[in-house]
Design a protein around this ligand. Sequence first.
Ligand SMILES: [Zn+2]
Length: 113
Amino acid sequence: MTIYREDVLRVGLRSIRAQFKPSVFKQLDHVIVEAAFNPVRVNLLREAFASCKGGMRTWLECPGCKLRTGTIGFANGAWGCNRCQKWHGRHNPWTQRSGKRVSAPLPVPMVSV
Ligand SMILES: [Zn+2]
């Protein structure tokens, strides 16, 4: 069965970063993300990277496949990334251009330390 991106409860690194002060976020090594009463511990990976925001790049560690990712999602009762959960956007250009959502907006997962 195909899982579409709009049916996945997703949380990205940028929305996690936005919930903390920059000084607090720099110290974090993990966050707890909860959706539909399924909390998961997500490790934050730091690696040296030349960017305009400084010499460090932060990644999320996927709870499923343990690879680095920018976004994790909850679908079919498990947390994972788009690689191990195999969710993706719609390929039909008409559903993309119409701007209409096929389903109602999903609630945003909760993030805590
Ligand atoms: Zn994964």
